[in-house]
Design a protein around this ligand. Structure first.
Ligand code: NCD
Length: 306
């Protein structure tokens, strides 16, 4: 049985296959409409979510399956003190596959050790968010036609942003990738990722504070929200929250073929005036998130459609 804890759980070849399947799903929705008939997906969300939970559910419904679950720890027996391992043993009796989001790093990993159904990590604390990474990879590949030879700007909260951590882990395996890490000093990418992931894989990167300085050299600009819920005090958050605001003026500095991605939700870091720019790809990214999660569910359930 296979789980998805980290984007590295798939080899580069397996990832290619998964993205190919997602693209086939996009082109032939009807063909997959009954692939998961009789199957159930459970969504176990101990942390708020809009896209990740609903896109997993939409993906299963699009495949003809059904869904059940909870959307906050308060409405589950976690509030009575039940452990993740007991919850997953229980859910294994109800569903065929599950997606779990948890504020504690490693909680989905604990779940998969006690589970008799595939577990998808739908975000664990500031650690990993592999299904967002699959979404990001499909978006980049669809828009740029490749995943190699690219300069990727990652901007905002690189310290706590799990989407950034997962995306870096996945992209260092492709040729010719270069990162520009754009953040205030306080929100720099953690040292363990700079050293253990970037340096170890000899991936070139530079760290800059000003977004304007980075813009002209980018193929992709990946904006992120300052992760309010992971700050230790409100004051620091308030000081950091509007550090970057991407607006029309700054977009003038970007190449014509640079795309802007954002895992969403956005707060103030992308002005709504950018939404009408053809390079703003964050809502297309949301749509790709459904196709890639359909492909993921089929892959983990080992269901093949000809
Ligand atoms: C992200 C997350 O939850 O990590 N959202 C998402 O799943 N698309 C990003 C965020 O919350 O800032």
């Amino acid at each position: 049985m296979r789980h998805l804890m980290s984007p590295l759980d798939f080899s580069v070849e397996e990832l290619e296959q998964l993205l190919d399947l997602a693209q086939d799903i996009e082109a032939n929705r009807e063909k997959y409409a009954h692939a998961c008939e009789g199957k159930k997906l459970a969504t176990l969300f101990y942390e708020p979510s809009t896209r990740t939970r609903l896109s997993h559910e939409a993906a299963m419904l699009n495949l003809g399956g059904s869904v059940l679950g909870f959307s906050s720890a308060d409405s589950s027996s976690a509030s009575k003190g039940e452990s993740v391992s007991d919850t997953i043993r229980t859910v294994s009796c109800y569903a065929d596959i599950c997606a779990m989001r948890h504020p504690k790093e490693g909680a989905p990993m604990v779940a998969c050790q006690h589970s008799s159904i595939p577990v998808i990590n739908a975000g664990d604390g500031g650690h990993q968010h592999p299904t967002q990474t699959l979404t990001d990879l499909l978006t980049i590949r669809s828009l740029k036609g490749r995943l190699n030879n690219m300069t990727i700007g990652l901007c905002g909260d690189l310290k706590f942003g799990r989407t950034v951590h997962s995306l870096i882990n996945a992209l260092v395996r492709y040729e010719g990738i270069r990162f520009v890490l754009i953040s205030p000093e306080e929100l720099r990418l953690p040292e363990y990722i700079r050293h253990d992931v970037l340096d170890k894989n000899q991936v070139p990167y530079e760290e800059v504070v000003r977004l304007e300085d980075a813009m002209p050299s980018l193929d992709i600009l990946y904006m992120t929200r300052v992760q309010k819920e992971r700050f230790f005090n409100e004051e620091d958050y308030v000081r950091m929250k509007d550090f970057y605001i991407l607006d029309k003026e700054k977009m003038k500095l970007a190449p014509e073929d640079m795309y802007v991605l954002h895992p969403l939700p956005r707060v103030n870091e992308i002005s709504v005036e950018v939404d009408s720019d053809p390079r703003a790809a964050y809502f297309r990214q949301v749509q790709y998130g459904v196709y890639v999660r359909m492909a993921l569910i089929l892959t983990l359930l080992d269901i093949h459609v000809d």
